[in-house]
Design a binder for this molecule. Structure first.
Ligand code: CP
Length: 308
């Protein structure tokens, strides 16, 4: 397979396993490029990309911008907070105005699930979903799987537990799709109130005992408690959540084996993981961030090659 089966990256749900392998092989090449002394290639000299962010971001926004610049694309950035969205302009009007400045690709983060899918039907540009509400965060899942592949050699056959707020997490859903597509075994672990009822229909097992989940897994992906999406109380107190579902050094050291710790960021230190776990040699959190640039270069490069 030499090109993606899709013209947009809207979610992992729309990808085939071969798409993921193509993205990883392309990312391998770009990872080598960004570790050279000259980190830039001229691949996308004629492409203009708009990063359109309606929600806060540190890692995703900077990582996309760096990926685009490393590929020599022209880049414009848009943050809703400082824009005419505040004056009532619609999403489609906003993006069509950006596109009339001859933009080829839009990378968008939006609080509404499906915002990227909606946009792809109404504007003429390649759309990359950089996170849409509690729906999907495809490039996060790709960089997560890529980091597992880098650390453990393969994703197929590995046991991965995703811990925390599964209900509100786009990272969880995209990771489940990506891991299952590659043949990993997946469990979710968290308070029952934060595990959606449909989750087992995705081929995922539920484990509410964190110690059992950790003793089973090769990799634990620790999710952030998303206070901004918790409209009601899903657990009694943050302290109780941490006691039941937080990972600390003592717990890690009491396990039967050494496991890999991941976190998409931003971390609530002392809530889902303690600092001594986040900063330990078992943690690959900063490798995930590094790999994010290579993965996003690969996604942008492959989608740009499909623009007619
Ligand atoms: N992982 C992630 O999406 O982080 P940001 O919200 O900082 O982009």
């Amino acid at each position: 397979m030499s090109e993606l089966s899709v013209n947009h990256l809207l979610g992992i749900k729309y990808l085939k396993e071969q798409d993921i392998q193509l993205i990883f092989e392309t990312a391998d090449h770009f990872k080598e490029v960004i570790n050279r002394s000259i980190k830039k290639v001229p691949s996308l000299r004629d492409i203009t990309i708009a990063n359109v962010f309606f929600e806060n971001s540190t890692r995703t926004k900077l990582s996309f911008e760096l990926a685009e610049k490393r590929l020599s694309a022209d880049v414009i950035n848009f943050s809703a907070g400082q824009s005419s969205v505040k004056k009532g302009e619609t999403l489609v009007d906003t993006v069509n105005n950006i596109l009339s400045m001859k933009v080829d690709m839009v990378v968008m983060r939006h609080p509404n699930p499906g915002a990227g899918i909606f946009l792809s039907k109404h504007v003429k540009a390649a759309i990359v979903n950089a996170g849409d509400g509690a729906h999907e965060h495809p490039t996060q899942a790709l960089l997560d799987s890529y980091s597992i592949r880098e650390k453990l050699g393969d994703v197929a056959g590995k046991n991965v537990v995703i811990v925390g707020d599964i209900l509100h997490s786009r990272v969880a859903l995209s990771n489940i799709f990506a891991l299952k597509l590659q043949g990993a075994n997946v469990k979710v672990c968290g308070p029952k109130t934060l595990i959606p009822k449909y989750i087992e229909s995705l081929g995922v097992e539920v484990e509410t005992d964190l110690r059992k989940a950790l003793n089973w897994c090769d990799v634990a992906n620790m999710l952030r408690i998303q206070n901004e999406r918790l409209d009601i109380s899903y657990f009694p107190t943050t302290r109780e959540y941490t006691q039941q579902f937080g990972v600390n050094k003592k717990l890690l050291e009491s396990l039967d084996k050494e496991i890999v710790i991941m976190h998409p960021g931003p971390i609530n230190r002392g809530v889902e993981i303690t600092s001594d776990v986040a900063d330990s040699k078992q943690s690959i959190i900063l490798n995930q961030v590094e790999n994010g640039v290579a993965i996003r270069m690969a996604v942008i490069y492959l989608l740009a090659s499909k623009i007619k």
